[in-house]
Design a binder for this molecule. Structure first.
Ligand SMILES: Cc1cc2nc3c(=O)[nH]c(=O)nc-3n(C[C@H](O)[C@H](O)[C@H](O)COP(=O)(O)OP(=O)(O)OC[C@H]3O[C@@H](n4cnc5c(N)ncnc54)[C@H](O)[C@@H]3O)c2cc1C
Length: 492
């Protein structure tokens, strides 16, 4: 049943890292704000993605908020890369520590956000019948939150259990003794496959596109490193913000082609043994010269062939048709070695595409694979999915769907022309997954909420038309969409 309309300053959609920080900042400006979150807990990505092996691939001392020195000093990460349960505890701790929960309404999906030209306010509706009128609407809906199960013929006939990595059951899944099929070989698959393989009687991995993956070398967090970072956290964060990707890596200014092959090999070996995403910074031109990139891609293929004993399996696991780093590099623990296990079979869908899911498993063009459980590690309707699921209408009733009919066109930005006072944190104009996303999130939110009292001073409701982010000024809205480009120091 529809409830009476509430009037507040800002509605925030989503209670992940972005939504919670937005709430904290807006409160600091003295604004009234309410967060609506579809899930039954806070945490966003880390609430939903509970698959075995889920963890971040940006190191934990980097992948955390920097806005409170007390918070960053008191919190203790236990591993080099934090696991999903630990990140979820962290974000719950943040929600409690900053008393955020009282303005977060869980299990509530925002279904519509409609701009009223006359009042210059947003009318927000939820699937629980809430009606809220707000001057500002912040879409903290996440760029990887709309889980996608592919529409494969016969999917509904499958008689076993199936799961999506991004909607994993809270009680966990025990695959002991089961035949399991994992569809997809992106980052979530690469993290979960080694663990599922250790449980399952047999694991079939259905791969369309092989990925480049570098070892994580995860380990307990070195207490000396933690002490050093904490002693100079402000400087550590400053360098992260000013780096290319939101965390500092040893970045070479040299061309991969300017060094002798033996020296290049030593450099690649050093980075492979160190583990993690720093590999891509080995040479300055890995992403600008195909020839330079080929040297790194060859190194990866040699590694895969050195690890995986069956030459045809190794070949199928080697990416061949796109340069290293043009999809976000994956970070793994024992991924390639898992294919040496007797109970693991790689099915190369480029050779034998899936024709159908049957009651008992998966049928490809050449064979049938019987499984008890299926895992869809098939990712998300990324970047725009969560936004387009909401009926968003801007000036003169124009829908976001129509505005983005040919895709979102702005290069970097968190506002959309024609949608005044609506912001998209980690939307399609954010560097998002090409960066340490916490750095990007803090930058975007700080750009919206630059300092205590700013909105209150410059954008009184009665003078909405003079507000820098208001409906009345298309040019300022346009400049809002480009400003983060200048300000996004911590990201690409
Ligand atoms: C498995 C995995 C691992 C990752 N690892 C890293 C990493 O190592 N480093 C990194 O930088 N990034 C990583 N990311 C990206 C990660 O998404 C971001 O780092 C970050 O958590 C995004 O926060 P967010 O608040 O913007 O979005 P999210 O955490 O996605 O939160 C968005 C929230 O909005 C809610 N929502 C969406 N639509 C609605 C609606 N209509 N109504 C109500 N609620 C809604 C969703 O339920 C969700 O809880 C990873 C992502 C995944 C999936």
């Amino acid at each position: 049943m529809a409830k009476a309309t509430a009037h507040i300053d800002a509605v925030i959609v989503g209670a992940g890292f972005a939504g919670l920080y937005t709430l904290h900042r807006l409160r600091g400006l003295g604004l009234s704000a309410r967060v609506f979150e579809a899930g039954s807990g806070v945490g966003g990505t880390w609430y939903w993605n509970r698959y075995p092996g889920a963890r971040c691939d940006v190191e934990s001392m980097d992948y955390s908020y920097s806005f409170s020195d007390e918070l960053q000093q008191e919190w203790r990460w236990t591993e080099r890369y934090a696991s999903q349960p630990e990140i979820l505890s962290y974000i719950n701790h943040v929600a409690d520590r900053f008393d955020l929960r009282r303005d977060v309404q869980l299990e509530t999906r925002v279904t519509a956000a409609v701009f009223d030209d006359a009042t210059t306010r947003w009318a927000i509706e939820t699937d629980r019948g809430d009606r809220v009128s707000a001057r500002f609407c912040v879409m903290a809906t996440g760029c990887l939150s709309d889980a996608q199960v592919p529409d494969i013929k016969g999917r509904e006939t499958f008689a076993g259990r199936w799961y999506h990595t991004g909607r994993w059951p809270h009680e966990g899944v025990d695959f002991t003794g089961q035949r399991v099929g994992v569809i997809g070989t992106g980052s979530s698959a690469i993290q979960s496959i080694p663990i599922i393989a250790r449980q399952a009687a047999h694991l079939f991995v259905f791969q369309r596109t092989p990925n480049y993956s570098v070892p994580a070398r995860n380990a307990p967090l070195d207490p000396d490193y933690e002490r050093r970072v904490k002693a100079g956290y402000a400087e550590f964060r400053r360098q992260a913000r000013e780096s290319r990707v939101g965390f500092v890596v040893e970045r070479s200014e040299e061309s991969a082609l300017a060094v002798a092959p033996a020296a290049r090999q030593r450099e690649y070996e050093k980075r492979w043994s160190r583990g993690g995403l720093g590999f891509s910074a080995a040479y300055a031109d890995l992403l600008t010269s195909q020839e330079a990139n080929d040297t790194a891609a060859r190194f990866f293929r040699d590694k895969i062939r050195g690890i995986v004993r069956d030459a045809s399996v190794a070949d199928a696991l080697c990416p061949q048709d796109y340069p290293l780093g043009t999809k976000r590099l994956c970070v793994d623990t024992e991924y390639y070695a898992t294919f040496n296990r007797d109970n693991v079979t790689l099915v190369d869908l480029r050779k034998t595409p899936i024709e159908a899911i049957t009651p008992h498993g998966v049928r490809t063009r050449e064979a049938g694979y019987e499984v008890d459980s299926l895992v869809f590690a098939t990712g998300f309707d990324a970047m725009t999915g969560a936004l387009l699921n909401i009926d968003i209408r801007g000036r003169a009733g124009r829908t976001l769907k129509a505005t983005w009919a040919a895709g979102p066109r702005t290069y970097l930005g968190i506002a959309i022309a024609g949608f005044p006072n609506l912001f998209t944190i980690t939307g399609p104009g954010s560097p998002s997954v090409l960066s340490n996303m916490i750095v990007s999130i803090e930058q975007h939110v700080d750009w919206i909420a630059p300092g205590p009292g700013t909105w209150a001073r410059t954008c009184p409701a009665s003078r909405a038309s003079s507000c820098p982010t208001s409906a009345a000024s298309a040019s300022t809205v346009r400049s809002a969409t480009t400003s983060p480009q200048k300000a996004t120091r911590g990201s690409r």
